[in-house]
Ligand binder design. Sequence first.
Ligand code: PEP
Length: 249
Amino acid sequence: MRKNIVAGNWKMNNELSQTETLISDLKKQTKTSNAEVMIAPTFTNLWHALEATRDHDIEVIAQNMHFADSGAYTGEVSAAMLKSIGVQTVILGHSERRAYFNETDELLAKKVDAALKNGIRSIFCFGEELADRKSNKHEHVVESQIKNALFHLDANAFQNIILAYEPVWAIGTGETASPEQAQDMHAFIRKTLADKYGHDLAESVSILYGGSVKPDNAKEIFSKPDVDGGLIGGASLKAADFYAIVNAF
Ligand code: PEP
């Protein structure tokens, strides 16, 4: 049975005191849905966030990691380091990392392998740009991103893979894919998985939607059968908005 998940990607927001306040506000919210809740603070605040949520079911996850365990990679953080402080899940391949830090499918395949080797679950992000959708290449682009970064894995590995479809044109723009567009793409993604790994595996993988999900559109998007949750940017920075989305299931 696949899980419903709502993960907040805080990006490069929130200094330590703001992190303290937001976590304290999040802990005051009431969860009425069965969704797993995750938050991804910046690296410097991971330890604080882990400590502050020890008595709560919010999972603290990382926004990125390097593929090597250690070595001469100034400024980077490894899967082993994340694991050593208790992080169990990492976001990989976010479109901002692909666009601003030149992360390619090939590099992301190495990061996924490193996460798996260290027992860390990946939220693997992918999605087409506006030009791809306008030229009707969106399915082809998404299929390539998934195949290039993930299809070297064996079926067991998918127990530790969560997928996040995030059309680039909908991230931080206020423009959301319609619930039908999201469902069509999620069904296509599940079929792509089924063609390679079989129906049962495809049905077991959680596929999140990301791109301007807000309290007022979450319910309709999450009502679609192949949408198993959301990766939330802007709306995850306000506790009440984030939990309104969590409770939209
Ligand atoms: C994201 O950054 O993954 C995202 C979906 O952002 P937003 O919700 O702000 O569009």
